[in-house]
Design a protein around this ligand. Structure first.
Ligand code: ASP
Length: 335
């Protein structure tokens, strides 16, 4: 059963929802009213497919939370509706540079890749970095060579291109020509420009039957980002965090703020030091800390008891969750 809810902006929080084993997000998608009903259906179907794949891993296959996170994110990376893998946004010079990270709540092992241009599923490269190297983060050529040697699928960079994202870039380039540099916000983005404001980064948080948490995030970053720019998604503690003692977190939004405010680890710290529940923790950071400084974004959180929450300070957050008994909820906008 799928419960579809697509309502207008009011208060951007969910939860705590009980008995959740997997939550995913598809980033700050389009604002309410932008997508056609058909397009909304396609996004919802993608999120549901990712949730069901992860659920199968966790239940029928008795897989671990890392397996579920990887399986769910791979599906979203392959779906052009999302800004990760195929369908990634473009840099200012017209490339797709992909970032991803994954973290194991058992022991805080983590792996990440940044700036890769030919790895079909960056989340699997992040996992390989975690499991097959002594490092946490590999970038660009080194990460690509490592992924190829690890036996992962390598594609021509043109594989990631979609016309929609290319159009976003062209619109953004036009704005850039028309507006003086002084109109840019301090991080180099136009604060109210739709093609840069609405990203669809993907992420997942999972809890397995052994009680282990895991989190992962994958993205093409932000439209018109500078060549070589890396956001929060591959930065452990900023875009992704997992610790069995507290929770698993995946973030999305304006990465520079998420790095500076260490959002994912701060959400965990709220639980660790203040003993608050997942909803209070995510709300405190996303709405209490980021909103006043205009750090636009959102996060999903799952704790070791299977309590899920999300918060967004934007006018959208594509997300969904699935309970152990297979009940799926997908929502595109805050309520
Ligand atoms: N956080 C990502 C970045 O800044 C973008 C996003 O979440 O949409 O690269």
């Amino acid at each position: 059963m799928t419960l579809l809810v697509a309502t207008q902006f009011a208060v951007g929080n969910d939860g705590p929802v009980e008995n959740v084993i997997l939550g995913v997000h598809g980033g700050l998608g389009e604002s309410p009213g932008v997508l056609t009903p058909e397009e909304e259906k396609s996004v919802i179907a993608g999120i549901e497919k990712a949730l069901r794949a992860g659920h199968t891993v966790l239940t029928k296959k008795q897989g671990g939370s890392l397996d579920a996170v990887e399986a769910a994110i791979r599906i979203l990376e392959d779906d052009p509706n999302f800004n990760a893998g195929k369908g990634a946004v473009f840099t200012s010079d017209g490339r797709n540079e992909l970032d991803a990270s994954i973290m194991d709540g058992r022991d805080r092992k983590a792996g990440a890749v940044a700036g890769v241009t030919n790895v079909k599923n960056p989340i699997s490269a992040a996992r390989a970095v975690m499991e097959k190297t002594k490092h946490v983060l590999l970038v660009s050529k080194g990460a690509e060579e490592f992924a190829a040697k690890a036996g992962l699928d390598i594609v021509d960079p043109a594989y990631f291109r979609t016309e929609k994202r290319w159009k976003d870039l062209e619109e953004r380039r036009k704005k850039e020509r028309e507006q003086p540099q002084s109109r840019l916000d301090p991080s180099g983005f136009l604060p109210d420009e739709p093609a840069t404001r609405h990203w669809s980064t993907v992420g997942a948080v999972a809890l397995d039957t052994a009680g282990n948490l895991a989190a992962g995030t994958s993205t093409g970053g932000m439209t018109y980002k500078r060549y070589g720019r890396v956001g929060d998604s591959p930065i452990i503690g900023a875009g992704t965090f997992a610790d069995n003692a507290t929770c698993a977190v995946s973030c999305t939004g304006h990465g520079e703020f998420f790095i500076r405010w260490q959002v994912a680890s701060d959400i965990s710290a709220q639980i660790e030091y203040k003993g608050v529940d997942v909803r209070k923790a995510v709300d405190t950071v996303i709405n209490g800390k980021l909103k006043p400084v205009q750090g636009e974004g959102a996060a999903i959180v799952l704790d070791r008891k299977g309590r899920f929450a999300s918060a967004t300070n934007s006018d959208s957050l594509w997300r969904g969750w699935i309970t152990a008994d297979g009940k799926v909820v997908v929502k595109l906008y805050p309520e």
